[in-house]
Design a protein around this ligand. Structure first.
Ligand code: HAM
Length: 434
C-alpha cells in the first residue's frame, strides 16, 4: 500500500475516517476557515492567493539565509531547463509573508494611497521533524497589512483580530506573548551586546549557535539546544538598548492592547524565527491539554524592511499567521458540529424511481441538503442507511404513496411519520426543518 509521505496527512469527512481522529476532520478546518473569512470581512481584509511555489531567492532573501526555515526546512529543487530558460531553483512556500510582499511589489500596490490589507488561507511546507501538531504540509490562515503607515494602532488591530478569532473558535487557555525587536539600529546594538556577552563563552554554545554568533547572532535566541538555554537566559533584554522611538512604539502597542481589553505578557526572549521582523513581535500559545508541546497557535509582527529587501520601495508591514492544524487540535469538539444531511429520499419499487429523483432535485433546488441512493433496497435497509448518514428526515415513496398521492415524511430523530400531499411535501419539510 502506498501511504501519505511522512508527516503529511489526509483531511477527511468524519464519517470516512477510520481512526476517528477529530484533528483531521475536514469540517473542523472548514469551520475555522469560515470564521476567519468572516473576521477578515469585518476588518476590511481581502483575499490573495499566491502560488504554492516560488523562486527560492524570495525566501533566502525574505525570510533570511541563516534561519532554520531556509537552512534546514525548505523543499527546494532545480526546475528542468526548458524553453523558458535555465532550470532555476524553486521552493515550495514555507510561509506566505515573503510571497505577499513579492505580490505587493509586482502588482505595484505601493502606488495606492490606502493601507493594503490582505489575507490568505492555504498550505505551507517545511521539512520539520514531525510530531503532534507539527507537519511537513500544514495550513496557515494569515494576514498582511502593507503601506505607508507603521502606526502602532495597526499592530494592535492585527493582534486583536487574531485573539478575537481564536476566542470565538473556543480555544481555551490562550496566552498572548509580546515583545519588540526594535528597528535596524536598535537591533544592531542588541546584536553587538549578544556578541559581547557570548564571545567569551562561545565554546559552551551548540554548533549551530556558534556559527550564528558569526553570521546572525539574533537567531541564537531561536535555539532549542539544551546547552544554549542558560546562556540565552543570561542575555540582557533588548528593550534596554532600544532608542526612544522604538520604545514609544512598543509602549503605544501595549497601550492600545490595554484599551482593547486584551491581556498579554511581555516575553523579553521572544524574537521569532524569521529575519524580517522589526519592532513588535508576538505569539499566541494555548495551554489546552489536547495541544501538546507544539503550542504556538499563531505568530507575527511588524516587518518594515521586508518590501525594500525584496526590491520594492520603503514600505511598512505588519502581519500574522495562525496554524490551522493546531487551532483544530485545540478546538473543543462541540464547537464545530459536523454538518448533517437534512433529507434522505427513499424509493421502493421501480416505478417510484423517477418521482424520487424529481423530489431530490426539488429539495436541492430549495436549498435542502438531500441524499439519494439509486441502488434498490428494502425499506428497512434504506432507513438504516438514512440513520447512518445522520439525515434528519426521510421521504418515503412507494407504489402505494404514488397511487394515493399522499407521500410519507419521516422525522428520523423523533421516529414519527406523517402523510403529506404529493404537491406540498416540500413545504411541509421546509416548515418542519426549522
Ligand atoms: P511562523 O511562526 O513560522 O510565522 O508560523 C505561524 C504559525 O504556523 C505557527 O504559530 C504555527 O501555529 C504554524 N506552524 C508553523 N510551522 C508548522 C508546522 N510545521 N506544522 C503545523 N503548524 C505550523 C510565519 O509563518 C510568518 N509568516 C507569520 C507572519 C505573517 N509574520 C508576519 N506576517
Amino acid at each position: 500500500m502506498i501511504r501519505t509521505a511522512p508527516y503529511t496527512r489526509d483531511l477527511l469527512p468524519a464519517a470516512l475516517s477510520n481512526d476517528r481522529d477529530a484533528s483531521a476532520f475536514i469540517h473542523r478546518f472548514q469551520f475555522v476557515e469560515d470564521l476567519a473569512r468572516e473576521w477578515f470581512r469585518r476588518y476590511g481584509f481581502q483575499e490573495i492567493r499566491t502560488p504554492i511555489f516560488e523562486r527560492t531567492e524570495l525566501f533566502t532573501r525574505g525570510v533570511g539565509s541563516e534561519t532554520d526555515i531556509v537552512t534546514k526546512e525548505m523543499y527546494t529543487w532545480r526546475d528542468r531547463a526548458g524553453e523558458d530558460g535555465e532550470g532555476e531553483s524553486l521552493t515550495l512556500r514555507p510561509e506566505s509573508t515573503a510571497p505577499v510582499a513579492r505580490a505587493y511589489i509586482q502588482h505595484q500596490m505601493w502606488q495606492r494611497a490606502e493601507t493594503v490589507r490582505l489575507y490568505y488561507i492555504g498550505p505551507q511546507f517545511r521539512r520539520e521533524r514531525g510530531q503532534r501538531g507539527r507537519f511537513r504540509q500544514f495550513f496557515q490562515i494569515g494576514a498582511e497589512v502593507l503601506g505607508g503607515s507603521d502606526h502602532p494602532a495597526l499592530d494592535a488591530e492585527g493582534i486583536e483580530l487574531v485573539m478575537g478569532l481564536l476566542t470565538e473558535a473556543g480555544i481555551p487557555d490562550l496566552e498572548l506573548r509580546l515583545n519588540t525587536v526594535g528597528n535596524a539600529a536598535g537591533r544592531a546594538r542588541f546584536v553587538a551586546a549578544i556578541r559581547e556577552a557570548l564571545a567569551p563563552r562561545a565554546h559552551e554554545l551548540s554548533e549551530d549557535s556558534r556559527r550564528r554568533l558569526e553570521t546572525n547572532p539574533l537567531r541564537i535566541l531561536d535555539s532549542k539546544a539544551e546547552q544554549d538555554q542558560p546562556l540565552i537566559a543570561a542575555l540582557p533584554p533588548i528593550y534596554d538598548v532600544l532608542d526612544e522611538g522604538c520604545r514609544a512604539h512598543f509602549d503605544a502597542v501595549r497601550h492600545y492592547l490595554d484599551a482593547a481589553g486584551i491581556p498579554y505578557v511581555v516575553d523579553a526572549r521572544l524574537v521569532r524565527g524569521l529575519d524580517y521582523y522589526t519592532q513588535t513581535v508576538f505569539e499566541v500559545v494555548s495551554h489546552a491539554p489536547s495541544i501538546g508541546a507544539q503550542n504556538a497557535l499563531a505568530g507575527g509582527g511588524r516587518y518594515d524592511g521586508l518590501v525594500e529587501t525584496l526590491g520594492g520601495p520603503p514600505t511598512k508591514g505588519f502581519g500574522f499567521a495562525l496554524g490551522l492544524d493546531r487551532v483544530v487540535l485545540a478546538m473543543p469538539e462541540h464547537r464545530a458540529p459536523e454538518p448533517q444531511p437534512e433529507l434522505f429520499v427513499i424509493y421502493l419499487g421501480a416505478s417510484a424511481l423517477e418521482p424520487a429523483l424529481h423530489a431530490v432535485r426539488q429539495a436541492r433546488r430549495a436549498g435542502v441538503a438531500a441524499l439519494f441512493e439509486p441502488t434498490p433496497r428494502s425499506l428497512k435497509s434504506a432507513l438504516r442507511l438514512a440513520n447512518k448518514y445522520g439525515a434528519r428526515f426521510a421521504l418515503l415513496l412507494g407504489e402505494a404513496e404514488l397511487a394515493s398521492g399522499q407521500w410519507v415524511l419521516r422525522d428520523l430523530a423523533r421516529a414519527e411519520q406523517t402523510a403529506v400531499p404529493a404537491e406540498t411535501w416540500l413545504q411541509h419539510l421546509l416548515a418542519r426543518r426549522g
